[in-house]
Design a protein around this ligand. Structure first.
Ligand code: NAD
Length: 367
């Protein structure tokens, strides 16, 4: 055996453990084929961690993540942990690990696969060839600003009665904007050299600062074309003319929403992987959530989780050939007509619709 990588594996909740099992199959096969040892340390996060320890991110999990060469996360959450607003929230696990690892950048590539072009509800001629990299700021903004939820506040209820009052605050420091925008420009240099910065500068002071800082950085990259869009227009443009986009950079909340919207381009959330980067250990996860509506049925699409392994090999393990092999295996399976239920349509023959494990096996077979 040659090199060894220590991977912190966080299966989480719902379909998380189901899709993670397939990602581990792929990783084991890659290890065999490329003579690399992947040591996997499993830890708890989200609802599973709340049930076992009362906390969405136990200290041991963060320690294991910090000690690893990379973190592979599936998804967290489910109705079981959402009923009581005063109970610990599963999202604290996600936000906590992002903060704890200093992961300020979330990279979400969205591109179309020709065999799936009809899986998108958009017209094929509109989405064919779309290839967008969304660079979302991940540790600032609304999700991390000052917040509270108060009960029995005088006058906050209907007709002047006591009621609830809640607030979240969008906050950014100049350095937080600068480092994410710089990353977007660097990424654009390795792609088609165009950056769209998305904000809401007509309404938000934070966005006006974002725009000023971003213009300053854009001036340092004369070889990269720089464009600005208001987030409402950006949401529309992504559907009207997705081919105009190369790299999109945005603050946390807008990036969260736009990246799910962009998922429509490729037809299913089940296809999209992401990487979260900071100064230390990076984290790789699918864009989708824990899909409680299909959990336990063995029909979840494991491709986003498997493509998260691809990104992990590419960025953290520097195994480009292995990453390419995964991308090719996924493309081959789709070319041959195999689909999971979320990718299938009325024309898909029943015997080409695979469950989670069968899809994982098929991709592994082609590796
Ligand atoms: P979701 O992404 O879990 O599901 C949205 C829809 O897409 C569902 O119909 C689901 O069945 C489908 N889907 C998602 N992934 C799929 C896959 N791999 N294969 C096939 N179909 C798939 O989003 P949601 O329903 O809004 O949220 C469900 C739970 O997940 C909530 O508790 C939410 O808080 C949590 N969540 C977690 C993350 C995360 O862990 N990063 C992200 C988003 C949502």
């Amino acid at each position: 055996m040659g090199e060894r990588f220590n991977i912190c594996v966080l299966p989480g909740d719902g379909i998380g453990p189901e899709v993670m099992a397939e990602a581990k199959k792929v990783l084991a096969r890659i290890g065999e084929r490329f003579g690399v040892a992947f040591g996997c340390t499993e830890a708890l996060i989200g609802g599973a961690a709340i049930d076992a320890t009362g906390q969405a991110l136990p200290a041991e999990t963060l320690e294991a993540a910090r000690a690893a060469d990379a973190v592979l996360l599936a998804a967290v959450g489910g109705p079981k942990w959402e009923a009581d607003p005063r109970a610990p929230r599963v999202e604290e696990g996600l936000f906590g690990i992002r903060k704890g690892l200093g992961l300020f950048a979330n990279l979400r590539p969205v591109s179309t696969y020709d065999p799936l072009i009809d899986a998108s509800p958009l017209k094929p001629e509109l989405v064919r060839g779309a290839d967008v990299m969304i660079v979302r700021e991940l540790t600032g903004g609304l999700y991390f600003g000052k917040r509270d939820r108060l009960y029995d506040v005088p006058g906050a209820g209907p007709d002047g009665t006591p009621g609830q009052y809640a607030y979240d605050t969008m906050e950014y420091s100049e350095y937080e904007v600068e480092r994410i925008v710089r990353m977007a420009f660097e990424i654009a240099r390795g792609r088609r050299k165009r950056v769209h910065s998305i904000d809401k500068a007509n309404a938000l002071g934070v966005s006006r600062m974002w725009r000023e800082v971003t213009r300053g950085i854009a001036a340092e990259y004369p070889d990269v074309e720089y464009r600005e869009l208001l987030v409402d227009n950006a949401a529309m443009q992504l559907m009207l003319d997705p081919l105009q986009f190369d790299v999109i950079v945005s603050e946390n909340t807008f990036g969260d929403i736009l990246s799910d919207e962009a998922a429509v381009l490729c037809g299913s959330l089940g296809m999209l992987a992401s990487a979260s980067m900071g100064a230390g250990t990076a984290l790789y996860e699918p864009v989708h959530g824990s899909a409680p509506d299909i959990a336990g049925r063995g029909i979840a699409n494991p491709i986003a989780q498997i493509l998260s392994v691809e990104m992990m090999l590419r960025y953290s393990c520097k195994m480009q050939e292995a990453a390419d092999a995964i991308a090719q295996a996924v493309a081959r399976v789709l070319d041959e007509g195999y689909r999971t239920a979320d990718l299938a349509d009325a024309a898909t023959p029943a015997d080409m619709i695979l469950g989670t494990a069968a899809m994982g096996d098929k991709i592994t077979e082609y590796l």
